[in-house]
Design a protein around this ligand. Sequence first.
Ligand code: SAM
Length: 225
Amino acid sequence: MRELLQSIIPNLGDEACDKFVAYYELLIDWNTRMNLTAITEPTDVAKKHFYDSLAALPYLSDGTRIADVGTGAGFPAIPLLIMNPRLKITLVDSLQKRLTFLEEVLKTLGLSAEIVHARAEDFGRDPNYRAKFDATVSRAVASLPVLLELTVPLLKVGGKAYCYKGDVSEELPTAKNALHLLHCTAEAVPVESDYGARTLVICTKNAPTPSTYPRKAGLPSKKPL
Ligand code: SAM
């Protein structure tokens, strides 16, 4: 795993490499007791989870306050935090079991992040979190119109939602109405990968989110904007 990671992730220091190895071991161990990931082969985990999670790293400077909405087993937040422990990350998921795993990951890796058990719809209405983040990151959580309703309310004006996606040629046009209603603009940045098309959709919040969004839990996915 060490050599594999060093060949895949540019400028990977020894300490970060140790943390990725420990994260891999925890992921495989806990995955025997709970459903964390279908991807378990070392090469696949290194590429499709670890390397893939780093797509937004160049955009996130020290101290950036970030919410990983629908973090699951910690992607993309934990790899981003391993590479830059100065990021201020909040991990959000509606499934408590996965958050228990993440508590163990943070403890073992000696990293710190806030963990919040919540539906993104409720989290985005909580005054402690609404409009408080510089950035959100999300991977494999929902289609773009749904994801924008879950993440944009969390951003300060000028903040950015980094949506990890595959080929967005069909999905991006479906987000036109959501972008308009949530006062956002989007740019699709292709990401280098040898395992299929990967795209980082970067959405910028240009004005405050109307108080009607996010709608109550379940509605964003039932009736996407
Ligand atoms: N981001 C991780 C990744 O890339 O591997 C996990 C992806 S998993 C397919 C989707 C995760 O999003 C699950 O852990 C699920 O519990 C969480 N999720 C889905 N909808 C959510 C919502 N409305 N609020 C909070 N978490 C949500």
